[in-house]
Design a protein around this ligand. Sequence first.
Ligand SMILES: CC(C)(COP(=O)(O)OP(=O)(O)OC[C@H]1O[C@@H](n2cnc3c(N)ncnc32)[C@H](O)[C@@H]1OP(=O)(O)O)[C@@H](O)C(=O)NCCC(=O)NCCS
Length: 216
Amino acid sequence: MKEIILFPFGGNAKEAITVIEAINMKTKAWEVLGFIDDNPDLNGKKYSGYKVIGGREILSECPSAKVLAVPGRPENYFKRKKIIDSLGVSSERFATLIHPASNVSPSTKTGYNTLVMAGVVTTINVCIGNHCVILPNSVISHDVIIDDYNLIGSNVSVSGSVRIEKLCYIGTGSKIIQEVTVSQGSLIGMGTIVLSSTEPNSVVVGNPGRTIRKVQ
Ligand SMILES: CC(C)(COP(=O)(O)OP(=O)(O)OC[C@H]1O[C@@H](n2cnc3c(N)ncnc32)[C@H](O)[C@@H]1OP(=O)(O)O)[C@@H](O)C(=O)NCCC(=O)NCCS
């Protein structure tokens, strides 16, 4: 079994436990050492049988453990790269976790430090970059490219040949029409229908999607 450390003590890392447990039900592959977090007040906190075991110092104290680093809420999604890069973890040390109850096609290329949750479907010729999270039941259609540092919420439909550039956050239940580009740094609000390409760093909401502001 390989040891794994989850960072930070947040929603995505907590949900990653469901993926690890489902993988372990089939083959005992992972031993979760615990969560690490920058907030020392969380040290020792227990969650679903797993503990916050410390801060970043644990990365050097447990050098053979793999790492899944999945920060990112709608409020700070654009800092994902900065936060993950600041851990100084090498690409080989990151884990990639794919839920056994997803349907990721064999033609899908998946990067490192990427988490794919239950019920996700990728059809053909899909590329998912490094440091991405795809939450449950989202459908990623043919020829979609998801660049690095993206978070795709649950129940999202990404139509064929869409490109999602780096550092976007695609809110729960959004739908993106075929062949558009979601430009770098975009935040797509919950339930948005994206009918055209977005400008970089824009917050887009509604049906049809409209830009309400730019991310600073
Ligand atoms: C878009 C979002 C980030 C809010 O951004 P914001 O800049 O703080 O926007 P505000 O809440 O000030 O709302 C601004 C306007 O947009 C509207 N709006 C906000 N979110 C919306 C959404 N998802 N769909 C439709 N309209 C929305 C508001 O009603 C408001 O309209 P008004 O000006 O006519 O009153 C948030 O609503 C959202 O959708 N977050 C994603 C949530 C999500 O997917 N969570 C998953 C957790 S895993």
